[in-house]
Design a protein around this ligand. Structure first.
Ligand SMILES: Cc1cc2nc3c(=O)[nH]c(=O)nc-3n(C[C@H](O)[C@H](O)[C@H](O)COP(=O)(O)OP(=O)(O)OC[C@H]3O[C@@H](n4cnc5c(N)ncnc54)[C@H](O)[C@@H]3O)c2cc1C
Length: 398
């Protein structure tokens, strides 16, 4: 096995790291505290990421992207998240559509891929979750009674959609949405859920409440409301009842990219804790020389190294293996999110009282790292899905 990064990957990693250190990190803490989400939204950083080609990284070169594979996106995503997790989420939510926009009608594909790559503020969102269905759309439990109530009904050659989504990342700021709606309420979600491309300016579509979060505050989440919203037939993705397949495409790249973001925020907490433990003198020596502190630093480093290895392994599998072992992504996201949270928790301890003071960096990492324990599927539900896959012999440890 060869873990050497290509020259292109090294160049993208350096570009993303320089951007995070020079542009994201210096403003992130102050933005994080702004109360008004519209002031908090880092459009300036999104535009700079577009100028660098980072926002459109995985999209085909002929439209203006860089054609980057999933591993390269993970490498860049770790760096962006080390600058600010919320900002990284703005970007990697937008990367996810790279794996489905190529599957829609050519005219629709060309229109949106061209706009996505050209417009510097073009972000995308994926809308599944509703007040009555969070874990229930993750696939562990699947039954027509699930309270995912957004419905699409045929009208001529198109569709009319009614319903409400919530918690949607990039909800209030995206230009294009993938919306999951039921086209047959008698069927389970695996068979009766359909994906639609919905442009922001579609009549009948509006943004509801923008949720205030404790972490990832540079990424905005909101409700989406659909009231007799008409979507043309060619904006249906892959076909009726195919949301499960779309989800597989979105999440095969999405899971390792989310895990890479977790490694980024965990690494940032580790680096700050390492620096602090060198400088802070108590008991007559730098606290790093006290074994209890050194041991915490070592555990953080072990966790991060292991999590990154899982990210690279998963990304490589998504890039090269068809079919790929989908539990790799679940395991990487579970492990990396818990490592990130643990790094931030240990970092708070290493900072002592400063760990919970807002003038020091650690409390923000703790808040940010807490978000991925729940988003992209709760870790409990992903654990149950992982165990089920082994119990049903769909995957093997060997
Ligand atoms: C920061 C953030 C960003 C998000 N972004 C998006 C997005 O862009 N698009 C989108 O569609 N959604 C998004 N979500 C929603 C996210 O996917 C859901 O919050 C998540 O799947 C959990 O659903 P829930 O909040 O309804 O919790 P619930 O499903 O109510 O879960 C509550 C608790 O019960 C447990 N539980 C539930 N069902 C089971 C079961 N069958 N077996 C065992 N335990 C169970 C859960 O593990 C959890 O501990 C986001 C959420 C967050 C926090």
């Amino acid at each position: 096995m060869d873990f050497t990064l290509t020259d292109t990957q090294k160049a993208i990693q350096k570009m993303a790291r320089d951007f995070a250190v020079q542009e994201i990190e210096p403003v992130a803490a102050e933005r994080d505290r702004l109360v008004n989400w519209e002031e908090r939204m880092p459009w300036d950083l999104v535009e700079k990421a577009s100028a660098l080609g980072l926002r459109q990284l995985p999209y085909p070169e002929k439209y203006g992207g860089a054609g980057a594979d999933v591993l390269t996106c993970c490498i860049a995503g770790e760096e962006l998240a080390a600058g600010d997790l919320g900002f990284a989420v703005n970007i990697d939510q937008t990367w996810k559509l790279a794996h489905i926009l190529d599957k829609v009608e050519p005219a629709v594909r060309d229109l949106w891929l061209e706009r996505l790559c050209r417009e510097p503020r073009f972000l995308t969102a994926i809308a599944l979750t509703e007040p009555g269905a969070g874990s229930d759309h993750q696939g562990l439990f699947d039954d027509p009674s699930i309270q995912l109530n957004t419905r699409a009904e045929r009208k001529g050659s198109g569709w009319v959609i009614n319903g409400l989504k919530h918690y949607i990342s990039n909800g209030p700021v995206a230009a294009l949405y993938v919306v999951a709606a039921r086209t047959d309420m008698r069927k389970s979600l695996r068979e009766g859920l359909t994906g639609f491309l919905v442009p922001r300016d579609t009549p009948g579509f509006s943004i509801g409440m923008v949720h205030e979060k404790i972490g990832q505050r540079l990424s905005m989440n909101s409700e989406l409301l659909f009231e007799n919203m008409e979507v043309p037939g060619d904006h249906l993705i892959l076909g009726e009842g195919k949301m499960w397949e779309i989800r597989g495409r979105l999440l095969s790249s999405g899971k390792p990219e989310a895990a890479a973001n977790c490694v980024g925020v965990g690494r940032a907490a580790f680096e700050k804790a390492l620096a602090h433990s060198r400088e802070r003198v108590q008991g007559g020596k730098p606290i790093a020389e006290h074994q209890a502190v050194a041991s915490m630093l070592a555990d953080m480093a072990i966790g991060l190294e292991t999590a990154r290895t899982m990210v690279y392994r998963t990304a490589w599998a998504v890039d090269h293996q068809e079919p790929y072992d989908f539990t790799l992504g679940w395991k990487a996201k579970i492990f990396a999110s818990e490592v990130a949270f643990e790094c931030a928790r240990k970092g708070v301890e290493i900072f002592g009282g400063a760990g919970i003071m807002q003038e020091a960096p650690m409390e923000k990492y703790l808040r940010d790292a807490s978000t991925f324990l729940h988003s992209d599927g709760t870790n409990q539900v992903l654990r149950l899905r992982t165990a089920k896959a082994y119990l049903e012999n769909r995957v093997s440890v060997f």
